[in-house]
Design a binder for this molecule. Structure first.
Ligand SMILES: N[C@@H](CCC(=O)N[C@@H](CS)C(=O)NCC(=O)O)C(=O)O
Length: 218
């Protein structure tokens, strides 16, 4: 039995979903409510997802989960090695980390995701993230223009991301880091992605079955 406990919006969980999808691992997808602390504590002793349960063993770190999924999945679905691009992109995006949070946190509770199906789950998330942002969700939304500009400048400066279609439809370990950091931005209506990044996101999405939020953007 293979089961992954996750939140749909969580970038660390997306890492696991990418590898599971690409490697054709059959698993039960358990989306926890964001305020469900008990399930996480019972499983791994901390309020943290993703959590992989496989053959009675539990793993609570996303990259360890990805490695395990790589081992148990379809061996023909090779994941190409990391090239350093993952770190470069992560560093560039970190320059606008706060603006990225300010764009995505107040929106992600409004698009009907299962982890926010109750008012309690939404309130739990809001309270944690408003502290991280040091501003209310209302203020974050009111400053959308400035946050968008900052993020768009960094997106425009990102290096060219190799496409799966350019390398026999292979996923790479760079993609496991890069795609989850960009996916959350697809729920920001009107945010301008360079054409090449849009193509990258769509190709990785169709290769792995991990969806994007463009159709629900607000
Ligand atoms: N080091 C962990 C980090 C995972 C993580 O930070 N997960 C977030 C969700 S995005 C979490 O569970 N935070 C606690 C919470 O949401 O209450 C990993 O890579 O697996």
């Amino acid at each position: 039995m293979t089961r992954i406990y996750l939140y749909d919006h969580c970038p660390f969980c997306v890492r696991a979903s990418l590898v599971a999808g690409y490697k054709h691992v059959a698993f039960e997808r358990v989306v926890l409510l964001n305020d469900d602390e008990k399930t996480c504590f019972d499983l791994i002793g901390a309020k943290m997802v993703p959590i992989l349960e496989h053959d009675g063993a539990l793993i609570g770190e996303s990259l360890d989960i990805c490695k395990r999924l790589d081992e148990i999945g379809d061996e023909k679905q090779i994941i190409l090695p990391a090239s350093g691009l993952d770190q470069q992109v992560a560093d560039q995006l970190s320059q606008v980390g706060h603006a990225q949070w300010a764009l995505s946190f107040p929106r992600v509770i409004r698009i009907g995701l299962p982890e926010f199906a109750t008012e309690g789950a939404q309130a739990y998330f809001r309270s944690k993230k408003e502290k991280m942002l040091e501003m209310s969700f209302d203020d974050a939304l009111a400053n959308t223009g400035a946050h968008k500009n900052a993020v768009e400048q960094v997106l425009a400066d990102l290096p060219k991301l190799p496409l799966p279609s350019e390398r026999e439809n292979r996923l790479s370990w760079d993609d496991v880091i890069i795609f989850p950091r960009l996916r959350g931005l697809t729920l920001v209506k009107g945010l301008e992605f360079p054409e090449s990044i849009q193509t990258y996101l769509k190709e990785i999405s169709s290769l792995t079955g991990v969806d994007l939020y463009f159709d629900r953007a607000i």
